[in-house]
Design a protein around this ligand. Structure first.
Ligand code: F0G
Length: 446
């Protein structure tokens, strides 16, 4: 533990504080979410963000090599010997003019942040490096998470790397095969619950309380500290400048919450001049945030969130036995646990929320695959959402936009194969059947 960090309830009417030596996940006083806060005057934060570039020369130091821990002064809650890393965060920001054309943006303006390049193939590894650091710090030996797939893959990989046991809860039939294969292969005890992600999330919290397991969902505020570094790396790749917009898919809303926190801290520290705007994209079949923000006008309101709006909304989902459905299984979530932190991020970043259909998602995914490094369906919601925001004129053609592609294309081969083989959209590229005959094959080559 360091003396610079502490946990604090996000509810301003409560504001209870706790040291970082405890694994809490919710405020014991009022049940709200917890934040990690820092006494910045006790931390030697570099005077300029570009000072972090000196770490590039120290790649033989495991912490300097990590794309999370090379920014360690900005998440200074545990001592170095507890920090866990398996080389996460070696991701790239690619300027992509072909995909820019698809969303009618000017050349040079659209950037894709490939978080699929992480060790387990998704952005989750940024959060796990930090959360397992905390788990080691508090001496946890057994951990658990609920997951639509990527969290379970990442937990399984990180748990095994640092000698912690893990149990993962997944909704039966609700997980893409690439992710399920990882959880099993990395040795997680995998529990398939007859229900959806929201059911798993409820169960895992009860199990963690009952059995004293360390919880690794994004309720865990230490995880979000690691996910802040995705924004630091985007700024780093832009020559230490901020983009105008960051576009991110919204599921359990951990990323959007973390990004908002990253930017408000950087601004507070005087390390950036301007906070980028945030666009959070839901799938239409799992659009709680979109509905609550755009239709029910739910706001952060200085921390005094109107709980009745949320309660009524969830009661209505329960009354009609609603279960979310989208081909972007990663974001098939209707009761996002970080909702209030996300509202805060929307407030800080002048954020907007949109929802996109599965058809729009799979088309955008094919375009990213053809012209870029590819991604899984949930990640492609960013480009589909950006198309909406461009058509509305909210984002200008020459603004600088970074879309976070959260997961690797191999995570969900079924959606990809079905799109192309069944010619589900204009970008389908189905295989061509050929007889086993050279002349016939040659005739088929375009
Ligand atoms: N993209 C991918 C590929 C994801 O796996 C997730 C979340 C999201 C986006 C949404 O991110 O929750 O921060 O809003 N996957 C979680 C899981 C829920 O269990 O793997 P968020």
């Amino acid at each position: 533990m360091t003396d610079a960090a502490y946990q604090k309830c996000i509810n301003p009417a409560c504001g209870a504080e706790f040291d970082c030596g405890q694994a809490l996940f919710k405020c014991p006083a009022c049940g709200e979410l917890l934040d990690i806060r820092y006494n910045w005057d006790r931390i030697e934060v570099p005077g300029r963000l570009s000072d972090f570039a000196r770490r590039w020369a120290g790649r033989d130091n495991r912490l300097d090599f990590s794309g999370v821990w090379r920014f360690r002064e900005l998440l200074d809650f545990c001592r170095d010997e507890h920090k866990v890393t398996i080389g996460e965060g070696q991701t790239i920001l690619q300027q992509n003019d072909a995909v820019a054309g698809y969303v009618e943006m000017a050349p040079g303006c659209l950037y894709l942040q490939y978080e699929g390049l992480n060790p387990s193939g998704s952005f989750k590894d940024n959060g796990m490096a930090a959360a397992f650091g905390h788990a080691k710090m508090v001496g946890a030996t057994s951990s658990a998470c609920a997951s639509t797939g990527n969290t379970s893959a990442s937990v399984a990989l990180y748990a095994h790397s640092c000698g912690v046991k893990c149990t993962v809860f997944i909704g039966s039939g609700r997980i893409a095969f690439g992710k399920l294969s990882q959880a099993m292969d990395y040795g997680a005890q995998t529990i398939q619950v007859l229900g959806d992600f929201d059911d798993c999330m409820r169960q895992v919290q009860a199990v963690c309380t009952e059995l004293g397991l360390y919880l690794l969902n994004s309720l865990n505020p230490f995880r979000l500290e690691g996910q802040k570094t995705i924004m630091y790396r985007i700024i780093e790749a832009l020559g230490w400048e901020t983009p105008d917009w960051v576009v991110v898919p919204g599921g359990n809303l951990g990323n959007s919450s973390a990004f908002g926190k990253a930017f408000s801290e950087l601004k507070e520290l005087g390390l950036i001049e301007r906070i980028p705007r945030l666009a959070i994209i839901n799938a239409a079949g799992a659009d709680t945030l979109n509905d609550l923000v755009n239709n029910k006008k739910l706001l952060w309101n200085g921390g005094k969130v109107d709980q009745a709006i949320i309660d009524d909304y969830y009661a209505e989902l329960t009354a009609r036995d609603f279960s979310p459905h989208t081909c972007a299984s990663a974001i098939e979530i209707s009761r996002p646990v970080n909702l209030k932190k996300c509202l805060r991020a929307i407030d800080v970043c002048e954020g907007v929320v949109r929802a996109v259909t599965d058809e729009e998602i799979v088309d955008a995914k094919a375009v990213i695959g053809k012209h870029g490094l590819g991604c899984e369906p949930a990640s492609a919601a960013t480009i589909a959402g950006l198309r909406h925001l461009r058509a509305e004129g909210l984002i200008g053609a020459d603004q600088r936009v970074a879309c976070v592609l959260t997961g690797h294309p191999l995570k969900d081969p079924n959606v990809t194969v079905n799109y192309h083989k069944e010619k589900q959209g204009p970008f389908a590229n189905p295989p061509i059947e050929a007889p086993n005959d050279l002349d016939a094959i040659i005739k088929l080559i375009r």
